[in-house]
Ligand binder design. Structure first.
Ligand code: NAP
Length: 544
């Protein structure tokens, strides 16, 4: 199929910057979207704020950054050649290796020629008369396209808390999500790090190796499970590659979209304490997020959850020498409510005499001063500050773009009380505006790579369908959207995961409406729903 046959022929093709589709973001989602649309014969451009591909892995270059999904599964599967030729070095790949992989993919499929780097999308407006999206960028360019696809990522808008006095600080400060590309040398420095989420838990042990003094400012202690990361041996890699499809198929049947996350289909409260501890010990030794698969009811029954939480707390007691520090490191929340962290030597790091844990749970950080960080009356003098304070998750990047749909409605307005989408893919009032791994899809509760691929495949198939059937527009009905949102809320309500102040519910951002944003019903149920809708001629959508 060529562009001249496509529905976009209605666009004035003589005008510059006019494409079938505009894609925002050149992370793993944007790159594969571009590849797919080009393969189908559509014209597409990607607009990317950074000067390179890789999204999350382009921006998050903090010390110790690595993925906590098995590298053999945190990779594309759309090309058998690609997955056969790429060799991952470790069980959990470090950020530089994942970024190298993203660059390899961009080169291998010649993607760069259709990516516009160093350019930020400021607005996207749907022109109802022509059914065209007009997209404006920070360098005053204007693009027109029939389809606009947001590949803007779920954790891409850094949350920089507005601490009083930040401008007075004389030293450098960094956010983990926007780390300098040239790296930072903390040798001989006194460093303060604010936050103890996944990013901090990965970076603290590495920064501690360099820093002369490290002050960790902890507001909420988090659970973390050792990664037990290791080099992958070639025999293991080759064994997987002999039946890569088998591994991918098993992953599709798993709630989290990863074959590594095997669920023990037994309730924690139904087994003896001895058996429980044995299971937890085994999972602790295996390491990482699969710990939460120890028993099937950990996120359903508070009593079961407590057994897993107590186990991790007993490990903290074993590892940390100073009982007062151990006590402070023990989380008070239920385990798995906030995203479980995965570490290398996190708790051990607090046994080093130059590492200090500062509790800011009751006496909060008061301000940043010229010399450091003030908590109550006490000023901690530091040479550099690291903000590991997370992201405005899932909606932040979309809300930062001025998106205007039909009847001049803005997305910000529509989402005033929380994100409203059908399947996390499209929103009523915003025709032909797709979001990859948007709110209401498994996204951050799943292995992101296969979830990205599933969305990209669905969107490309949909665009192809519209084109083949001489249709120009797709938009969900309000009934379908509302029904899906009710379902998303209903399943979230059954899980203990929706009960604490996490970024899943937007609690980390002041004023953000409290809504459990991702779909917790699991990857298999979600995939089935997406496929069923297509088989019923895009049920729940108006096609015009
Ligand atoms: P995060 O989990 O949101 O953690 C932010 C931390 O900053 C929390 O400890 C938070 O404390 C603290 N904080 C925020 N504002 C503060 C303030 N004003 N004063 C004191 N403390 C403050 O962010 P993240 O660590 O960047 O991780 C975000 C997500 O990214 C993860 O959950 C994960 O999904 C993803 N991620 C994945 C990996 C991986 O694959 N290995 C690595 C890094 C990140 P409170 O809890 O009290 O709010």
């Amino acid at each position: 199929m060529t562009t001249s046959n496509s529905t976009v022929a209605k666009l004035d093709k003589a005008s510059q910057n006019t494409y079938d589709a505009l894609i925002v973001g050149a992370g793993f989602a944007g790159m594969y979207m571009l590849y797919q649309l080009r393969s189908l014969g559509f014209t597409a451009k990607v607009i990317e704020a950074g000067d390179g591909v890789g999204g999350t892995w382009y921006w998050n270059r903090y010390p110790g950054a690595r993925c906590d999904v098995w590298s053999m599964e945190y990779s594309y599967q759309f090309s058998e050649e690609l997955q056969q030729e790429w060799v991952w070095s470790q069980k959990y790949a470090p950020q530089p290796e994942i970024l190298k992989y993203a660059n390899h993919v961009a080169d291998r499929f010649d993607l760069r020629k259709d990516i516009i780097f160093n350019t930020k999308v400021l607005s996207a407006k749907y022109i109802e008369e022509t059914k065209i999206w007009t997209i404006k960028t920070d360098d005053n360019q204007v693009f027109n396209s029939q389809f606009c696809i947001m590949a803007t990522g779920c954790l891409s808008t850094p949350n920089k808390p507005k601490f009083k006095g930040i401008d007075d600080f004389k030293g450098p400060w960094y956010h983990t999500g926007q780390w300098p590309h040239e790296g930072v040398d903390f040798t001989g420095k006194r460093v303060g790090i604010i936050g103890t989420g996944s990013s901090a838990i990965q970076s603290i042990p590495v920064i501690a190796e360099q820093a002369e003094q490290l002050f960790v400012f902890q507001r909420t202690a988090n659970y973390t499970i050792p990664a037990h990361n290791k080099d992958l041996d070639l025999d293991f890699i080759n064994e997987i590659k002999m039946d890569y499809q088998g591994l991918r198929d098993r992953a599709k049947l798993n709630r989290g979209g990863t074959a590594a996350l095997r669920l023990n289909e037994v309730n924690a409260v139904d087994v003896s304490e001895e058996d429980r501890i044995q299971q937890y010990e085994k999972r602790w030794e295996e390491g990482g997020v699969p710990f939460m698969g120890s028993f099937q009811d950990l996120l359903l029954n508070p009593d079961s959850n407590k057994t897993a939480a107590d186990f991790v707390k007993s490990k903290i007691d074993e590892i940390v020498n100073d009982p007062k520090v151990a006590e402070l490191l023990k989380p008070k929340n239920i385990i798995g409510c906030k995203r479980l962290c995965v570490d290398t030597n996190y708790y051990q790091t607090f046994n080093q005499s130059h590492v200090n844990l500062i509790d800011v749970s009751e006496t909060k950080i008061d301000s940043i001063t010229e010399k450091g960080i003030k908590v109550g009356e006490y000023e901690y003098e530091v040479d550099a500050i690291v903000f590991a304070t997370g992201f405005d998750a899932m909606t932040g990047a979309l809300k930062n773009i001025d998106i205007i749909g039909t009847n001049n409605q803005t997305l910000n307005n529509k989402w005033e009380d929380g994100p409203r989408m059908y399947l996390g893919l499209l929103a009523k009032g915003f025709p032909n505006l797709f979001t990859i791994t948007g709110p209401g899809s498994p996204s951050v509760l799943s292995n992101m790579l296969p979830s990205i691929e599933q969305h990209v495949d669905w969107i490309s198939q949909c665009i192809q369908y519209l084109n083949d059937n001489n249709l120009t527009q797709i938009e969900p009905t309000i009934e379908a959207e509302e029904e899906w949102i009710s379902h998303v809320n209903e399943v979230a309500g059954k899980s203990l995961r929706s009960t604490c102040d996490s970024w899943y519910v937007g609690a980390n951002i002041a004023g953000k409406p409290r809504v459990f944003m991702p779909y917790i019903g699991g990857v298999p149920a979600y995939r089935e729903k997406c496929e069923e809708i297509v088989s019923k001629g895009y049920e729940g959508f108006n096609l015009t």
